[in-house]
Design a protein around this ligand. Structure first.
Ligand SMILES: Nc1ncnc2c1ncn2[C@@H]1O[C@H](COP(=O)(O)OP(=O)(O)OP(=O)(O)O)[C@@H](O)[C@H]1O
Ligand SMILES: [Mg+2]
Length: 403
C-alpha cells in the first residue's frame, strides 16, 4: 500500500458523514427521512423525481447558498394541484441531520425563517428570509462555524460548462475550494463584494466625499489582498499535491490564476500590493462613470490546463473537461482529508455523464476506496455495477424513496 493511501485510510477509518437526513417542505419533499451509510449512496430515478433536491438539501448543511445557489424562498415546497388543500404547505422549509465527524455524533439543523423588519424609508413592515443554523440544538450566528463539523464538495451538471463561459463561475468554484481550508475566506469575499457594490453606487451617484471613498478603498484593498493570497495558497497546495501524487487514470492538471493582484504577490510584499490596490481604485474612480471595468480580485480568472498536453481546459474535449474537473475534485478531497483530519462528503450529481466506461468505473472505484460518504445520482441504475456490493442503493419515483 502506498504511503498516501496509508495516510488517508488512517483518517477515514473514523467515519464522517450523515447518518440520518430529514427534509421538511423542501422542494418536492413534504417529509423525507433517509438513514444513510458512510459509503457511496446511489440515488437513481427518472428526470424530475427529486435526486438533485436531496443533494441540494445536504449542501445546505454547509455554509453558503447550496449547490444551486438558490434563493431561499424558491426552496419552500410548492403544493401540487392534486394535493388535499387541508394539508398546509407550511411557511418555511428545513433540513435536519444526525452527522458523524470522526465517529463523534452531532446534530445539525437549518431552516428558512421569516423575519419581520420595519423599513425606515416607507415606515412599512417587511418580511425578509433568513437561514438559521443550529448545531446540537444551539443556534449559531456564523454559518462558517459549520465548517468545523461538516464539509461537502460537489460536482453538478452545470459545471460541465465551467471552463467554457466567463470567469465568474470559475472564480466561485475556486473560492469554494479555498473556504474548506480557510473558513474566513467566505466572509472576506462576501464583505469585499458588499464594499465593491457600495463603492460603485457612491461614485455613480456623484459622491464627492473623498474620505468616505478612501476608507472604502482601503478596506477593499486589505480584503482584496487577503483573498488573493488565500487563492494563491490553494492553487499552490493543489498543484504540489498533483505533482507529487499523480492519478493513474485521471489527467494531471496545472492550475493558474490570471489576476493582477494575485500575480503581483509573486514579486511584491503584501503591504506594497495593498498600496497599489488603493491607488488603482482611486485612479479608476473617474472611469467607472463610463464603464465597469475596474481591475481587482473581483475579475480574477482561474485557468486550468491538461498538463501533459499543455492544453487549456477550454480547448479540451467535453469528456476531457469532465475528467479535468474530476482530477481537481479528487485532489481537493485528498488534501482536505489530510489537512483537516476528517473526510468531506461528496455530492456528485450525474457525475458519470461524458466519461467513458473505463473512467466511469475507475472514478466509482476510487470513491469507494476513499472510504467516505458520497451521494451519487443518475437516471441509469446500470451505471453502478462496479459498486454492486459496496454501496447503498435508493430509487426515487415521484418523490417516493425506496431502498
Ligand atoms: N419549491 C419547489 N416545490 C416543489 N417542487 C419543486 C420545487 N422546486 C423544484 N421542484 C421540483 O422538484 C422536482 C425534482 O427536481 P430535481 O431537480 O431533484 O429532479 P432530478 O431527479 O434531479 O431530475 P433530473 O434527472 O432531470 O436532474 C422537479 O419536478 C422540480 O420542478
Ligand atoms: Mg438532477
Amino acid at each position: 500500500m502506498s504511503n498516501l493511501t496509508d495516510k488517508l485510510q488512517n483518517i477515514t477509518k473514523l467515519k464522517s458523514g450523515i447518518q440520518r437526513l430529514t427534509l421538511t417542505d423542501f422542494r418536492n419533499y413534504k417529509n423525507l427521512r433517509i438513514n444513510a451509510e458512510i459509503a457511496p449512496i446511489i440515488i437513481t430515478g427518472e428526470n424530475g423525481s427529486g435526486k438533485t433536491n436531496i443533494l441540494e438539501a445536504v449542501s445546505f448543511l454547509t455554509p453558503g447558498r447550496g449547490l444551486r445557489s438558490a434563493k431561499l424562498s424558491d426552496i419552500k415546497r410548492i403544493r401540487n394541484f392534486d394535493e388535499d388543500e387541508n394539508i398546509l404547505a407550511g411557511d418555511a422549509w428545513s433540513v435536519a441531520a444526525d452527522i458523524m465527524k470522526n465517529d463523534e455524533e452531532f446534530t445539525i439543523g437549518t431552516a428558512l425563517q421569516k423575519v419581520t423588519r420595519e423599513d425606515t424609508e416607507d415606515e412599512g413592515l417587511h418580511s425578509i428570509d433568513r437561514r438559521i443554523v443550529k448545531i446540537n440544538q444551539q443556534k449559531i450566528s456564523q454559518q462558517a462555524e459549520l465548517g468545523k463539523y461538516i464539509s461537502a464538495i460537489w460536482i453538478t451538471p452545470q459545471m460541465d460548462r465551467l471552463f467554457l463561459g466567463g470567469p465568474q463561475p470559475r472564480r466561485s468554484f475556486l473560492d469554494r475550494l479555498v473556504y474548506a481550508f480557510d473558513l474566513e475566506h467566505a466572509k472576506r469575499t462576501a464583505n469585499y463584494e458588499h464594499l465593491y457594490r457600495q463603492w460603485l453606487q457612491l461614485i455613480k451617484s456623484g459622491c464627492q466625499d473623498n474620505n468616505w471613498l478612501k476608507s472604502i478603498e482601503t478596506d477593499m484593498a486589505a480584503l482584496g489582498v487577503a483573498i488573493a493570497a488565500a487563492r494563491r495558497e490553494q492553487i499552490a497546495r493543489l498543484n504540489t499535491f498533483i505533482q507529487n501524487e499523480p492519478d493513474d487514470v485521471f489527467p494531471d492538471v496545472r492550475l493558474e490564476l490570471a489576476g493582477t493582484t494575485e500575480q503581483m504577490l509573486d514579486k511584491e510584499p503584501a503591504i506594497k500590493v495593498e498600496d497599489f490596490y488603493i491607488e488603482n481604485l482611486q485612479k479608476q474612480r473617474q472611469n467607472i462613470l463610463y464603464n465597469d471595468n475596474v481591475d481587482g480580485i473581483h475579475r480574477t480568472d482561474f485557468k486550468v490546463f491538461f498538463k501533459k498536453k499543455n492544453m487549456p481546459a477550454e480547448l479540451c474535449s467535453t469528456g476531457e473537461q469532465k475528467a479535468l474537473l474530476v482530477s481537481i475534485i479528487l485532489a481537493q478531497t485528498k488534501c482536505q482529508i489530510l489537512d483537516k483530519g476528517f473526510a468531506p462528503i461528496l455530492l456528485l450529481d450525474e457525475v458519470t455523464t461524458h466519461l467513458d466506461i473505463q473512467k466511469r468505473d475507475a472514478l466509482l472505484t476510487k470513491i469507494k476506496d476513499l472510504n467516505l460518504q458520497a451521494w451519487i445520482t443518475s437516471t441509469e441504475p446500470q451505471t453502478f455495477k462496479v459498486l454492486q456490493n459496496n454501496a447503498q442503493f435508493f430509487r426515487i419515483d415521484n418523490g417516493q424513496l425506496s431502498e
